[in-house]
Write a protein that binds this ligand. Structure first.
Ligand SMILES: Cc1cc2nc3c(=O)[nH]c(=O)nc-3n(C[C@H](O)[C@H](O)[C@H](O)COP(=O)(O)OP(=O)(O)OC[C@H]3O[C@@H](n4cnc5c(N)ncnc54)[C@H](O)[C@@H]3O)c2cc1C
Length: 578
């Protein structure tokens, strides 16, 4: 349902640029506080990377945990962050995030249509750090019935094709477990059959699935809330420049089908363009492993080309790139497209399952593969000299591929042939032949697998400790009939490999902003009229990765905070954990 170009009003209170969690999260709260809000989106559909994401938000002391009896005060959370982030944890913005995150969730629960499911068994990434928890600090967007969007459903970006099953978005946790168990459990088969039947009906009637999960549910529910609150939303409306009144940001120039339009914003402009994951020049400048930028393959939305950062710079903002890491690193594989391009598939799920290892070109392991994706990539980077081409391979056997799938190649009964023919998946009758096919050192790989298998038969991994942490075990297979849900020998030919290259889920470096979400200039003074949210804002975790959900949790929380600031309304005090 394209919006007529002339409908873009000449004025509003708050202009929000971008429609992911940062943008829609700000817009919904601002509209509920009485502001006249306009959202302009560059793409043909709303949602950005958020609509492709898992939809998990790290929000310690969240209301769902409290309701389940998981009550903690801020001291252990601060202790954990201090351990993971060092002095960066003392930034006032970190404190603002911790204080107002629970109230942000409470706001959506009581004012909007966005619901949540708890993450009470989702462990922090650094389980051995003081203050870490094995659950209760995150929530995920609850499934959302896309039919509630009515004709606006087609304005929402669908789940990413390569991450979905026949266009059906899958959510982590119970949903995915049912799909992986469908050939072994009657209950899971019934669940999957019901999901597929509904998806088939939806596709006939609506042209897409309507049972939205994870990040698609998050974006869909925020879109519904925004529409209900009278937010005016314009897709295919990229912002190309900011309007200035002296030093104050007063609005923006927007490209529309009818030509350039100007919109003035009385209370401010929110930049929420999703950071710079597809801005080659910025990547080349900030990513040591990507001398031209093109060596880095982000799984984020392709429209996130760094516009927000450039717009902010044009108004005199300071960019904050002195972070521990400039992006949320993730290993990705490149899925060939019929048009000759390739899509970056992020390996978030199968690395923790039993019977898989990752090796470098020498055939050597380098990390606990079941651990988090960011640490995985840091370990891989550490094995390469700056400028050296970086790659690794996931190695598994036939039993593994058929049970769990490998990257974008799905488990049984989905055939592997198309993934072999397009060159995505490598297969060979022996490890020796597999190593030769992939260009991996043959002796190295044989030695590595023999050493790994020797211990794996007993469920051990003395080299890297797969399965020792709570986070690892959560990624493993609870149905595995061995002592360690993350460890099994690799010994059932044929053998498979998928090549990994450096990638990310989004960027961390970004626009310097304060605890109110205000953009800062070169002297750390707030730039009047300009806010930043989502990945346009430099990560509040300052390039550290304490837990899953540390981009969407802060994106939603700073959207909530800056909306109050723009509306001139005090932030409600977080309810004390009861
Ligand atoms: C597969 C995957 C799973 C993930 N899972 C999680 C998870 O579970 N938890 C978590 O915390 N993080 C997760 N992430 C990361 C997370 O999705 C992103 O960090 C987050 O969605 C970024 O939100 P955002 O609002 O900043 O940007 P986006 O959601 O990408 O939205 C930015 C929008 O701005 C638009 N835009 C760009 N330029 C302009 C312009 N000039 N004018 C107007 N609009 C513009 C874009 O088109 C886009 O729609 C995941 C990422 C991926 C790829």
């Amino acid at each position: 349902m394209p919006t007529p170009a002339e409908a873009l009003p000449p004025t509003c209170d708050l202009l929000v640029v971008g429609s992911g969690a940062g943008g829609l999260g700000s817009a919904v709260v601002a509209a509920s506080l009485g502001l006249d809000v306009v959202v302009v989106e560059k793409a043909a559909r709303f949602g950005g990377t958020t609509a492709w994401s898992g939809g998990w938000m790290w929000v310690p002391r969240n209301p769902l945990a409290v309701a389940a009896g998981i009550v903690e005060d801020l001291a252990p959370v601060r202790q954990y962050l201090r351990h993971v982030m060092g002095p960066d944890a003392l930034d006032p913005a970190v404190e603002a995030f911790l204080r107002h995150g629970p109230a942000m969730l409470q706001f959506h629960l009581s004012e909007g249509v966005l619901g949540f499911i708890d993450g009470n068994t989702i462990a922090d990434f650094h389980g051995d750090a003081p203050g870490a928890r094995e659950g209760g600090r995150s929530v995920c967007a609850a499934p959302f019935d896309g039919r509630r969007l009515g004709p606006h459903l087609r304005r929402l970006e669908p789940p990413r094709d390569i991450l979905s099953f026949m266009g059906m978005g899958l959510a982590g946790g119970a949903d995915l477990r049912h799909f992986l168990r469908a050939t072994r459990s009657a209950a899971s088969l019934a669940y999957v059959t019901r999901r597929m039947a509904r998806h088939a009906r939806d596709t006939l009637r609506h042209g897409r699935g309507t049972w939205l999960m994870g990040g698609n549910a998050l974006a869909g529910a925020l879109l519904r809330s925004a529409l209900d609150l009278g937010v005016r939303l314009f897709e295919d409306h990229p912002v190309t420049a900011l309007l200035m009144d002296g030093a104050r940001v007063a609005g923006a120039e927007v490209s529309t089908a009818a030509g350039m339009r100007r919109i003035r914003a009385r209370r401010g402009v929110v930049l929420a363009c999703g950071g710079f994951p597809h801005d080659d020049a910025r990547k080349a400048a900030l990513f040591a492993h990507a001398p031209t930028g093109r060596e880095h393959h982000s799984a984020a939305w392709p429209g996130n080309t760094g516009d927000g950062l450039r717009l902010a710079e044009s108004a005199g903002a300071r960019l904050d790139d002195a972070l521990a890491d400039a992006a949320a690193w993730a290993p990705v594989s490149l899925v060939p497209r019929p048009d000759g391009s390739a899509a970056a598939f992020p390996h978030l799920v199968e690395r923790g399952k039993p019977g898989l290892i990752a090796v470098d070109a020498r055939g050597e392991r380098f990390v606990d593969e079941a651990g988090d994706y960011h640490r995985f990539m840091r370990a891989l980077f550490a094995r390469h000299a700056p400028g050296q081409a970086i790659a690794a391979w996931l190695i598994a056997d036939h039993r593994f591929q058929r049970r769990y799938g490998l990257g974008c190649s799905k488990p049984w009964p989905v055939p592997v042939a198309p993934m072999l023919h397009c060159g995505y998946l490598q297969r060979a009758p022996s490890l020796h032949a597999l190593a030769r096919r992939c260009g991996i050192d043959t002796d190295g790989l044989l030695r590595t697998v023999a050493a790994y298998n020797h211990h794996a038969r007993r469920g051990d991994d003395p080299a890297f400790g797969r399965g020792r942490s709570a986070y690892d075990r959560l990624q493993g297979d609870p149905d595995h009939d061995g002592p360690n849900p993350c460890v099994a020998p690799i010994e059932h030919p044929p053998y498979y490999a998928v090549r990994l290259v450096p990638g990310s889920l989004g960027t961390f470096a970004g626009i310097a902003a304060d605890e109110h979400g205000r953009v800062l200039d070169g002297e750390d003074r707030p730039l009047p009229g300009l806010y930043a949210a989502g990945n346009d804002r430099a990560s509040v975790m300052r390039g550290h990765y304490p837990s899953g959900g540390i981009t969407l949790g802060p994106a939603m929380t700073f959207g909530y905070i800056l909306a109050h600031h723009a509306a001139g309304r005090p932030l409600p005090m977080s309810p004390p954990p009861a």
